[in-house]
Design a protein. Structure first.
Length: 76
């Protein structure tokens, strides 16, 4: 079979952005900030929108939550 330009993988368009998956991930990180370690390999540039990049950057810049401190604040 002869080689044609259509056979080149370099011409394949990238996958469309996964906007809703990004939103789900960012929401999960807001609800469970300790899970940020599971997403340590991600960089802001991996997100498809400027808003998602900014939110991810902000989430990463926050200090890790202190469960003991939150427990004390919740008692009174």
């Amino acid at each position: 079979m002869p080689h044609t330009p259509d056979d080149d993988l370099d011409t394949v368009d990238p996958a469309p952005p996964v906007y809703h998956a990004e939103r789900a991930l960012l929401g999960a990180l807001l609800l469970e900030p300790r899970r940020l370690q599971d997403a340590a390999h991600l960089v802001p540039e991996a997100f498809s929108t400027a808003e998602h990049r900014a939110l991810f950057t902000a989430i990463r810049s926050l200090p890790a939550p202190d469960p003991a401190r939150h427990a004390r604040r919740g008692r009174g």
